[in-house]
Design a protein around this ligand. Structure first.
Ligand SMILES: [Zn+2]
Length: 377
């Protein structure tokens, strides 16, 4: 159990989703009040599964209630420009507000005061200031080769609209304010989910992703990320359903750069392979052309899925590229680097009405013994 064993929930999250007045929601809601199907289930297993960032416990003091506690800050980004101005107060005219260490940092961890459920009103303890100072020195010497293993880094977190926020709860508040005015913005619900996930709160992430999918059932990124959160919580059947939906929605999804979409699809295949444990079962689980048609559209109207001979090798993500590109439909034309290997060719564009058996990659032939290798969980 981590030091941050009691998890806070923002009453505004429940208010915006349920359309109930904030005054009707308790100041410190419990997990049983989370809307949707999965948030409550995942809340019991928040610490299960891999972390986005290593645990980074620091002692903070809540400015609202004055109580101190240990909280997991996640990855702390230090603004080097601001940090350089620390300790150079001689040039600052008298009366000018000087910078503190707190002014120089942003953190990914999602946490609220365990006593009063306030968020974002923190003072760093002396030990936390020292840890950040030393962490900054460490980050300056070690290049950030793998950001997922670091506790401190130089730089900053900027949202797509250019805004910057210190704490994950500030980002949450920013998105919730936006969503209160435009609750049908499935993309912003997805981004809110990502903030929770990066903050170590897959339970809240699931709530936001589910809301995103209620508004837009074709929100591919929400299907994928919700599936990942479910997989890590051991909910494999539900995870498989949403991974499958991510494959189905990809060719119609435009809010993502093509290369990133291909990587997400490869990751989807890898998770599905783990869930099904067996190559044949995995292949049989993949969506067919008919699954990918919008409701009411006849099969002959679509040529979006291309079948061709491919070999896939578990453990070699690039071998999944051709299959991922099949699910991208026309979006594969945006890829700067195609996966097509010498000797590999598109064998058929299936446009036959009612051809249910022609799943993408339906012409796969067993060319290699490695292909049927089972993946252990
Ligand atoms: Zn407090």
């Amino acid at each position: 159990m981590t030091a941050n064993s009691k998890y806070g929930i923002n009453p505004r999250l429940i208010s915006v989703i349920t359309n109930r007045d904030l005054s009707d929601i308790p100041d410190s809601p419990t997990a049983s009040m989370l809307p949707g199907s999965y948030g409550r289930i995942i809340a019991e297993k928040v610490n299960q599964g891999p972390r986005e960032h290593p645990e980074n416990i620091q002692r903070l003091v809540c400015n609202r209630c004055g109580r101190s506690g240990n909280y997991d800050l996640g990855l702390v980004a230090i603004d080097s420009d601001k940090a350089q101005k620390l300790g150079h107060d001689d040039s600052v005219p008298a009366g000018t507000e000087t910078l503190s260490i707190l002014d120089c940092i942003q953190a990914t961890g999602y946490f609220r005061c365990r006593q009063c459920n306030a968020a974002g009103h923190w003072k760093l303890s002396e030990s936390a200031e020292r840890a950040i100072y030393l962490g900054g020195i460490g980050a300056a010497f070690f290049s950030p080769k793998d950001i997922s293993k670091q506790k401190f880094t130089y730089g900053g977190f900027v949202l797509a609209d250019g805004s910057r926020h210190r704490w994950a709860t500030d980002v949450e508040e920013y998105y919730l304010q936006k969503l209160a005015g435009q609750p049908d913005d499935a993309f912003t619900w997805n981004r809110l989910g990502n903030t929770y996930l990066a903050g170590g709160r897959p339970d809240l992430a699931a709530v936001a992703y589910e809301q995103s999918l209620i508004i837009d059932p074709a929100q591919m990124e929400s299907h994928y990320s919700l599936a990942k959160a479910l997989f890590n919580a051991g909910e494999k059947a539900a995870a498989a359903q949403h991974f499958r939906q991510a494959l189905i929605c990809a060719h119609r999804y435009s809010r993502m750069q093509a290369e990133r979409m291909r990587d997400m699809l490869v990751s989807t295949f890898e998770y599905l392979l783990q869930i099904h444990c067996d190559m044949e079962k995995f292949l049989a689980s993949l969506p067919t052309e008919l699954d990918m048609l919008p409701p009411g559209e006849a099969a002959y109207a679509s040529g979006t899925v291309v079948s061709r001979e491919i070999n896939i090798y578990p453990g070699n993500p690039k071998s999944f590229y051709p299959m991922a590109e099949m699910y991208m439909g026309k979006r594969r034309e945006e890829l700067l680097t195609g996966s097509q290997m010498p000797g590999e060719s598109i064998s058929a564009i299936s446009q036959t009405a009612g051809k249910t058996s022609s799943r993408p990659g339906g012409n796969r032939k067993k060319k290699s013994g490695k292909k049927n290798k089972k993946r252990k969980l």
